[in-house]
Design a protein around this ligand. Structure first.
Ligand code: NAD
Ligand code: UGA
Length: 594
């Protein structure tokens, strides 16, 4: 157990930040561990603070309701949260890069970098920084470089000429008055807040809200050249200044606003020698990847197979690993908390996802063969899984894996292999993704083929839109690929999913449509409130997500109300195929001949 109370900050209140922070707050003593989760999205934070949480996970709501306001807080105030924290978990997204070098493969680390710069900018004391996000190998090194080279230094000057405008960057200046010049720029990544320097840089407050600090003699003490001077008496109201200037929306706005907050804080610190305080800041970086799965996140977090803590094998590194170890040991058996080197820990996360996805692609490759030779993939999977070396989990054939991570993490691995000139290794892992695409295409072709090679004017029902059951997440869902392909064939699509919202489905269709086809695609898609509505007067049902609800429907009723012949395509192998055949359905399923 911990010896002294600690403050923990999560940067990023998404699936990982939101769920893992809640479980940490729930499992650690309230008087010892305070957890604050911050995000730049006001909408998300408002939702975390409301009755309607931004994500659906079984068990999550109870935990959040129990801890919120006690030792679990959700806020957009990154500055205070970072400032007050001892340990910071970076749990922001690491999507695949969309443009530039490595586009389509490399991880886009702009959010991680942004978080690191923010930490450097705000921190006045030493902290442990934990990589919770999935990152490429050696990212910890980059984070360290950013942190160490961006610690706020008050020796440097903020003169406009020192802040040359980079041609490739958008530069903005805020000139409130002659003696309040603050320059910032956004790079291509929108994240580069250069060191800001404060010599010849006079900030003067006359705002009553700041306790009339100009009248305070202490405050007017002249500072040395390394500090802020208040000798110039021209007054600038920092509040109105920050409001009256035009900022970029969203993230950059938050970042830049925080610089004002920081300035304010510096002023209020008066004679304290912040520079010395800052330069003694030590950031120890740990890797602590997350292995939760959506839909079972709370259970995975409460009872993980293992917790990895990667760190440098230095005195400080080991000390930091120990602190995290103590934190986790409040609820995780000690033998499941593993410490290792930073680079092994970072790579283990990519490796674990690659191996899991490879298992699905392997069984899906075999499912394609089963369909041709008359074998049954469920029997083959069962037979293989009984071998304890293979094991029975994660061998369910499907229409292909989805989710925000498998594809992006394998692409990231492929990119790393190519960077390190290992093309054979890169090709090996790339095949996992190719097989996943092939599985979806083969399923779609079979639907088209069985429906007499034309879907024009036919009504097709899609059961399930999320990438797996028990989540409303649709990122990379195989259902999207299938729906888009059917829309291309001019089918009318009727979708029912127990959790995914209408807005999300329309959003996904929009994102995947050519602009000129978008309106037609939307008008050919009907989102239904029940499975029965969706199947009414339809020609075929496609099971895209394995929601339990689909196994208990009254298929006789459904059949009675469908056009004939009535087809069912089971892309998840969850239905009783013999029973359906007896009712009169023509049944098609992944990996078997019915
Ligand atoms: P997410 O998109 O749900 O959440 C990320 C959040 O970070 C967003 O709310 C975003 O607004 C916020 N954010 C971005 N930049 C920020 C900044 N500078 N300051 C504050 N907030 C900021 O992502 P996620 O699914 O939680 O994934 C996060 C990471 O965890 C990824 O690297 C992912 O690969 C990894 N991971 C995800 C899962 C999963 O099941 N989703 C599981 C294990 C690991
Ligand atoms: C996956 C991993 O399982 C987690 O350990 C990891 O932390 C996470 O990615 C991540 O890094 O984001 P997740 O994507 O949430 O978790 O869900 P999974 O249960 O792995 O399912 C992924 C996809 O594979 C789903 O579409 C699912 O339906 C499919 N799947 C899974 C199969 O087709 N067959 C299976 O046997 C298992």
């Amino acid at each position: 157990p911990l010896e002294t109370p600690i403050n923990i900050c999560f940067i990023g209140a998404g699936y990982v930040g939101g769920t893992s922070s809640a479980v940490m707050a729930y499992k650690c003593p309230e008087n010892m561990v305070k957890v604050t989760v911050c995000d730049i999205s006001h909408e998300k934070i408002n939702a975390w603070n409301s009755d309607k949480l931004p994500i659906y996970e079984p068990g999550l709501e109870d935990i959040v309701k129990k801890q919120r306001g006690k030792n679990l807080f959700f806020t957009t105030d990154l500055n205070s949260s970072i400032d007050a924290s001892d340990i910071i978990f970076i749990s922001v997204g690491t999507p695949t890069k969309k443009k530039g070098f490595g586009a389509g493969q490399a991880a886009d680390l702009k959010y991680v970098e942004c978080a690191a710069r923010k930490i450097a900018q705000i921190s006045k004391n030493s902290k442990i920084i934990v990589e919770k996000s999935t990152v490429p190998c050696r990212t910890a090194e980059h984070i360290r470089t950013i942190l160490d080279s961006n610690k706020l230094s008050h020796k440097q000057t903020l003169s406009p000429k020192n802040h040359s405008k980079n041609n490739n960057n958008i530069s903005n200046s805020i000139n409130k008055s002659n003696n309040f010049n603050y320059y910032y720029y956004n790079s291509e990544l929108n994240i580069k807040n250069e060191d800001f320097n404060v010599n010849n840089f006079n900030i003067n407050y006359h705002n009553d809200n700041i306790n009339n600090i100009n009248n305070n003699d202490d405050y007017n003490n002249s500072m040395d050249s390394s500090s802020i001077s208040n000798n110039d008496s021209t007054l600038t109201d920092i509040d109105s200044c920050s409001e009256s200037n035009t900022f970029y929306q969203g993230q950059e706005q938050e970042l830049n606003k925080s610089i004002f907050d920081d300035l304010l804080e510096i002023k209020l610190k008066k004679n304290r020698n912040i520079e010395n305080e800052k330069s003694s800041c030590h950031f120890e970086i740990l890797s602590n990847p997350e292995f939760l799965s959506e839909g079972t996140a709370i259970n995975d977090l409460l009872y993980p197979d293992r917790v990895l803590i990667g760190g440098l094998q230095t005195k400080e590194g080991i000390k930091a690993q120990n602190l995290l170890y103590q934190l986790y040991s409040y609820w995780i058996p000690k033998e499941k908390i593993i410490t290792m080197s930073l680079w092994s820990s970072e790579l283990s996360k990519l490796a674990a996802n690659a191996l899991l996805a490879q298992r699905i692609s392997s069984i899906n490759a075999l499912s394609a063969l089963c369909e041709e030779v008359g074998a049954d993939i469920q029997e083959v999977s069962y037979a293989c899984g009984l071998d304890t070396r293979i094991g029975s989990k994660f061998l369910n054939a499907s229409i292909g894996f989805g989710g925000s991570c498998f594809k992006k993490d394998i692409l990231n691995l492929v990119y790393l292999c190519n960077v390190f000139k290992l093309p054979e290794v890169a090709d090996y892992w790339m095949q996992v993704i190719k097989m996943n695409e092939y599985r979806k295409t083969k399923f779609i072709k079979n639907i088209l083929n069985r429906l007499f090679n034309t879907l024009s004017g036919k009504s097709i029902t899609v059961f399930g839109f999320s990438f797996k059951k028990n989540t409303k997440d649709t990122r990379e869902s195989a259902a999207i690929t299938i729906v888009m392909a059917l829309l291309q064939e001019n089918a009318i699509i009727k979708i029912y999913d127990p959790k995914v919202t209408k807005e999300q489905i329309y959003y996904d269709i929009k994102e995947n449509s050519d602009p000129q086809e978008f309106n037609e695609n939307i008008s050919n898609t009907i989102i239904c409130d029940s499975a029965y509505d969706a199947a009414h007067k339809s020609d075929a049902i496609i099971i895209c997500t394995e929601w339990d609800e689909f196994t208990t429907l009254n298929y006789q009723n459904i059949y009675n109300n469908m056009n004939k012949p009535a087809f069912i395509f089971d892309g998840r192998l969850i239905l009783n195929h013999n029973k359906l055949k007896k009712i009169g359905f023509i049944v098609e399923a992944i990996g078997k001949k019915i």
